[in-house]
Structure formats: structure tokens, C-alpha cells
Write a protein that binds this ligand. Structure first.
Ligand code: SF4
Ligand code: MG
Length: 322
């Protein structure tokens, strides 16, 4: 297995506006020392509640925002060493698919223009080559060339997400960063889009960072799953390990929350207490201690390190066994 992406020790702290301050120099700890690697042709699911930092991580990885600290290696190149122009060239290989196919497509542009936009921006090919590529892409995502001359409002939510995916594929990227691509869609349509993404991954040998707020969505699509909580990576392992041998109480709670009547799973049900705390001045020690049913004194003061087991399954919890 060959690495495509290696994000090391990524932190992102946003300053808090003066009016929101409880004490001066507070920061929103959106990401705190996160490590994430993605291999070629691998699908890595990233899961956590809103505010856990998963979208911030996605944006830091393609350097739409700069991290406070940490380094990112993509396709053998350290991104922080690249200038603006070089980063722009590099970004062709990492494309984003957004959550909301309604707001991410310009309503005044025809589908042809929308899908061709990345090709125009990077001046790929001639006008007729670009048109041909758009027709190809429409077919690849299960639409037809006839759809090219229509406007986004003429399509259903699922079709619009197909258009968004076609646009993301236009430049033949290596990595697709999918930020909750099916959350805004009906459940029946979700499965179709997930199947499409899975087919495309195989067809083009793509790698995905696949963000979701619930584990059920990414269960079948992911090779490995990273679980995030309040800016921290708390557990990472193969999809099988995460579902069958979850080690972190938060992961166990996320699995318990999946509405499937499963008597075995019920036995290990872990309920989440309370609300997710604010990422401004997050809880001391283990950030999960305010909601963890197993929290002990140490948990309130000592931050658990992410420890890696022999099988590559890693967890950040004082009580978890490797
Ligand atoms: Fe719970 Fe303590 Fe483990 Fe944190 S370190 S998840 S509070 S048991
Ligand atoms: Mg998000």
C-alpha cells in the first residue's frame, strides 16, 4: 500500500471574537494535533458530530485554510513548501464534493458550464475537447449528454449531486474529499449516490476522504474509519474493527445510536450524556470526559494519547486496551 496523503499533527485554532469572550485570548480549538493518512485507492471515512472539526480538517488538507501547525504531504509533496501557483496546480488532484447540491451549483449556469468550469479554470484542452469531456462525465455519473443544456433547478437532489460529482471528477483528481455528500438527500437516494461513489472509486482508482456525521452512512463504503470528537482524533481502524471491536466509548456510543434492532449490540449500548461542549476552552484532560459513562479522575486531568495497536487500530482513551 502506498501513501497518498499524510496529515501530521494538524492543529487549527480560530481566534474568538471579542464579544464572545469569557476571558481574553480564547481560541476555538477546531483541530488539535490530528494525524490522518490515506493510501492510494483507499476510502477513509471521517465521522463525528457537527463541530468535531471534520470539515475544518478537509479544508486544511486542500489548503483552503492554513493550519495553525502541522504538515501535509500529498502525492509525495509537502504542501506547506508550495507557493500559490504550485498549490493551485496541486489542488487539481484533490477535489471537493459538497454536502448541499442545491447551493453548490450556480443556478444561472447550464450544467455544461458547471461541469466544464474546472476545465476552463485550468485551461484544459480546446472548447470542443472540453465539451466532449462534459458529455463523458455526464455518462460516468449516470446522467445523459442531453442533460448538459439544462439548469440545476430542473434536476432532483440526487441528480444535482451527480452533477457536483461530475464537476469534481473533471480534472481526474487522485483524491475526492466528500463532505457529507448524501446528508441532504432522501434515504432512498443516499444509497444510489453511495453506490455511484463506490463504483467511481473502483473505475478510476480514486482515494476518498469521506466525511459523515453518523457511522451508518460510511460503514459499507469505508476501508478505514477515523472517529473525531471536539477537534481530536479519538479512534481509527478498519471499518470491520470499528464496528465489531470499537474501543473508544464515544465510538461505542455512535454505534449504539444506529437504529438497528440488534440484541448483541444492545448489550454494549453506550448512551451519550449531555450536549457536545463548546470547542472554545474544551474540557481538560480527555475532552470526552463530560459525556463519558466511564470517566475516572485521571480522565479529567490527563489527556489520553492516541495509542496504536499491532493491527493499526488506534485509540485515545485511558481505559481502552490495545
Ligand atoms: Fe472516557 Fe476516560 Fe476514556 Fe476519555 S479517557 S473516553 S473520559 S474513559
Ligand atoms: Mg461539516
Amino acid at each position: 500500500k502506498e501513501l497518498l496523503l499524510k496529515a501530521e499533527n494538524i492543529s487549527k485554532h480560530f481566534p474568538v471574537k471579542e464579544s464572545m469572550l469569557r476571558k481574553s485570548k480564547s481560541k476555538v480549538h477546531a483541530l488539535d494535533k490530528v494525524n490522518l493518512s490515506i493510501y492510494r485507492e483507499e476510502i477513509v471515512g471521517v465521522v463525528g458530530e457537527s463541530g468535531c472539526g471534520k470539515s475544518t480538517l478537509a479544508r486544511v488538507i486542500c489548503r483552503l485554510i492554513e493550519p495553525t501547525e502541522g504538515s501535509i504531504e500529498f502525492d509525495g509533496v509537502r504542501l506547506e513548501q508550495l507557493g500559490k501557483k504550485q498549490m493551485r496546480d496541486m489542488r487539481r488532484h484533490m477535489q471537493l464534493v459538497f454536502q448541499d447540491p442545491f447551493s453548490s451549483l450556480n443556478p444561472r449556469k447550464k450544467v455544461r458550464q458547471i461541469i466544464a468550469e474546472p476545465l476552463d479554470i485550468y485551461s484544459v484542452g480546446t472548447r470542443s475537447e472540453r465539451n466532449k469531456r462534459v458529455d463523458e462525465l455526464l455518462e460516468v455519473v449516470g446522467l445523459s449528454a442531453g442533460h448538459a443544456e439544462r439548469y440545476p433547478h430542473e434536476f432532483s437532489g440526487g441528480q444535482r449531486q451527480r452533477i457536483g460529482i461530475a464537476r469534481a471528477l473533471a480534472l481526474k483528481p487522485k483524491l475526492l474529499i466528500c463532505d457529507e455528500p448524501v446528508s441532504a438527500l432522501d434515504v432512498s437516494v443516499q444509497a444510489q449516490i453511495l453506490n455511484l461513489l463506490q463504483d467511481l472509486q473502483q473505475q478510476f482508482g480514486l482515494s476518498y476522504m469521506f466525511i459523515a456525521h453518523g457511522l451508518d452512512v460510511i460503514r459499507h463504503i469505508s476501508d478505514r474509519i477515523a472517529v473525531m470528537y471536539l477537534g481530536k482524533l479519538v479512534e481509527m481502524g478498519t471499518s470491520d474493527a470499528i464496528f465489531n471491536r470499537p474501543k473508544h466509548p464515544y465510538t461505542q456510543a455512535l454505534i449504539s445510536a444506529i437504529p438497528v434492532p440488534d440484541p448483541v449490540r444492545r448489550q454494549v449500548a453506550v448512551a451519550l450524556a449531555g450536549e457536545i461542549p463548546s470547542p472554545i476552552d474544551p474540557p481538560s484532560g480527555c475532552r470526552f470526559h463530560t459525556r463519558c459513562p466511564f470517566a475516572a479522575d485521571t480522565c479529567r486531568t490527563v489527556e489520553p494519547e492516541l495509542r496504536v495497536g499491532g493491527d493499526g487500530h488506534s485509540v485515545a482513551c485511558h481505559l481502552a486496551e490495545l
